[in-house]
Design a protein around this ligand. Structure first.
Ligand code: PHE
Length: 463
């Protein structure tokens, strides 16, 4: 039997080949830990609010189903086959197909996207910490919407505070990453994700008592296509990648640690479904409170940080639940940020850098770039470096990082991945990983549906 037909692990990865996840369950938990994070609880509600609700949610769900899940299967498959960092994997798998090693460029772009995301993600994740402190002090009890807004505004206005929490969060990320993801992650995510889920259910339960639950259901699930623009479709597509941790090396890097006998198709479905459930629950928890208090659905990145304290402030036991919620949100962000650093750390390891050095170096660099996001929120809030392009008018550096990664790099990376697995890689080779019944359907989708879908959405945004 030829080695190439089953995997392409060769001498190059010797020495840094890590231990595999101990079970399918652990991989699911690690992948869900990566997928579920600020994207579901912070970003999904606010971009849904900004893009008019129902129609946007529908497009997002369609993108997850017909583009996100097939790409997740592709990435996990490539990762397991290559068994290296995403950069090493793309080069090695391409070479094993007799193609150019330049396909490693897809891995480079993914690693770069993850790095840029990590830089601002850490700043936002940092916000959870002052909220934990405030919640524990009982600071949300009976708080009015205006006061909650003022509290959030006060945090953003303080570069010192933001920098402090950004630094703490990046430190936490580097800490786990330096120790090797499997040690820290395996145990933590197995209880964390279920706990977060239960807490969201409690919040949805509270939201039902606000008298505005029906309004929120209509907002989230009745599509009003008049509010849908070409740009909101691109935002929905970009978010499908962001929320599933795709085109960023995360799933490919984790796939490299996956045992051969685990079904990639079933596992990817499970991860995607759990991810979508968390996002929808977050929406159902937040929008009733938004409507009950006359807040603006389109208010932007502060949405959950302004609305949730108001909800907690009125719930019995609100101080306790609020503290727990922000702690869990911090953990959810943490298990995501660790996965963002993974492709870079693995790559540096392959280049002979020690794991600790790689994690500290990568984290430090992302921390430095993150400072520009800290400043975008206050001192540099009027600095719009790309204002000469209409699309970027009024966009701060933070807005630009977000746009560039989610709306350009991720769709482009996914497009190239689909072309690679659909057209470049031999179907027998992908079938060896993906196995029986799903392979034909998956192959047709990545060959035609995914590339055409991404191209069409790009086209309508550029012209
Ligand atoms: N999926 C994560 C979230 O929704 C973000 C993420 C993006 C994680 C890219 C890893 C890689 O919060």
């Amino acid at each position: 039997m030829s080695v190439v037909a089953t995997n392409v692990q060769g001498k190059e990865s010797a020495g840094v080949t890590p231990a595999l996840w101990s079970s399918r369950f652990v991989f699911i938990m690690a992948a869900v830990g990566s997928a579920v994070g600020l994207g579901n609880i912070w970003k999904f509600p606010y971009i849904t609010g900004q893009n008019g609700g129902g129609a946007f949610v529908l497009v997002y769900l369609i993108c997850i189903a017909i583009i996100g899940i097939p790409i997740m299967m592709s990435e996990v498959m490539l990762g397991r086959r290559g068994g290296r960092s995403p950069i090493g994997t793309m080069g090695a798998v391409a070479a094993a197909e007799g193609r150019s090693r330049n396909w490693a460029g897809v891995g480079i772009m993914a690693t770069l996207a993850a790095f840029l995301i990590l830089s601002f993600y850490s700043v936002i994740a940092g916000w959870t910490m002052p909220y934990i402190v405030e919640a524990a002090k009982g600071g949300f009890a009976g708080i009015a919407a205006e006061d909650s807004g003022a509290m959030f505004g006060g945090l953003l206005a303080s570069p010192g505070q933001l920098l402090l929490w950004h630094s703490v969060f990046m430190g936490l990320t580097v800490l786990v990453s330096a120790g090797g993801v499997k040690h820290g992650l395996e145990r933590a995510v197995s209880w964390l994700m279920p706990a977060l889920f239960v807490l969201l259910l409690i919040l949805v339960g509270y939201a039902m008592t606000t008298g505005h639950f029906g309004e929120a259901l209509v907002f989230l699930f009745r599509p009003d296509f008049s509010s849908l623009t070409a740009e909101s479709i691109l935002v929905a597509l970009g978010h499908a990648f962001f929320t599933l941790s795709l085109a960023s090396g995360a799933m490919m890097a984790y796939g490299a640690y996956l045992k051969k006998d685990v079904s990639i198709a079933r596992t990817s479905f499970t991860v995607a479904i759990m991810d979508v459930c968390v996002a929808l629950l977050a929406g159902l928890a937040i929008f009733p409170v938004v409507f009950a208090h006359g807040l603006q659905p389109g208010e932007g990145p502060g949405l959950i940080f302004v609305t949730l304290p108001v909800a907690f402030g009125q719930m019995p036991g609100g101080g306790f639940f609020a503290t727990l919620f922000f702690v869990l949100l911090l953990f959810a962000a943490w298990t995501s940020s660790i996965s963002m650093l993974e492709s870079l750390v693995r790559f540096l390891e392959e280049k002979g850098v020690g794991r600790v050095k790689a994690a500290v170096g990568g984290g430090l660099a992302a921390w430095l770039v993150g400072i520009t996001t800290v400043l975008s929120l206050n001192l540099w809030s009027d600095f719009a470096p790309l204002a000469m392009f209409e699309r970027f008018e009024g966009k701060t550096l933070f807005d630009i990082y977000d746009y560039l990664t989610a709306n350009i790099m991720m769709p482009l990376g996914a497009l190239l991945t689909a072309i690679f697995v659909g057209w470049v890689m031999k179907p027998e080779h992908s079938a060896a990983e993906l196995g029986g019944q799903w392979h034909a359907l998956w192959h047709a989708v990545v060959r035609y549906v995914t590339p055409i879908g991404v191209l069409v959405i790009f086209y309508f945004n550029l012209f």
